[in-house]
Design a protein around this ligand. Sequence first.
Ligand code: IMP
Ligand code: MG
Length: 177
Amino acid sequence: MSNIKVLDKEFEPYISEQEIQIKITELAKQLNQEYAGKKPIFLSILNGSFLFTADLFRQITIEAEVCFIKLASYKGTTSSGNVITAIGLDANVSGRDIIILEDIIDTGKTLHHFLPQLESNQPSSIKIAVLLNKKEALAYPIKVDYACFDIPNKFVVGYGLDYDGLGRNTKEIYQLK
Ligand code: IMP
Ligand code: MG
C-alpha cells in the first residue's frame, strides 16, 4: 500500500482491507447472535457508511431490514441551536430494534441531535455500531455499542470516508500524513 493524495493533502495507509473485513465479519457474527429472532432494522447514515453497510449487511444471516438515511442539519430555534432532520426515514421504526450504522463517530454531535428524533418514533431499542470510533474527540454523551476500531483523533479517508467529497473509493483506510 502506498500513500494517496486527495486534493491538497497526502494520506498514508492506516487500516488494511483485510483488517477491515476481519472486524466486520466479527461484528456481523455478534449481531447475528444478539439479534436472532428480533428482525432488526439497520439504519445506515449516508454518505460515509455505504461501504461499511454493504459489507456488514451481506454477512447478516438473520431476518433483518436495512434503511438508508441522510442527516441534514440546519440552525434551528431549539436551545441547542441545532436541528437534525432525517431524510429518507421511511421505515416504521415503532416497536422495532434499531442498529444505527455510522462510518465514524467524531464529536458525537450529529447523533446526539438525531437520537431524540428517532426516539420520538418509539423504537423498542436503539444501538450504535460504528466502523471507527474517535474516542478522544467525543464531546457529547453518546454511547457507542459496537466499534470495529478505536482510533486516535486523526483525520482519515477511504472506505467510504471523504475529504471534501473525495477519497471515498478505496478498500483501505488512510490517515492524514
Ligand atoms: P460528529 O457529529 O462530530 O460525530 O461527526 C461525524 C461525521 O463527521 C462523520 O459521519 C463523518 O462524516 C465526519 N467525520 C468525522 N471525522 C472524520 C474523518 O476523520 N474523516 C472523514 N470524515 C469524518
Ligand atoms: Mg457520516
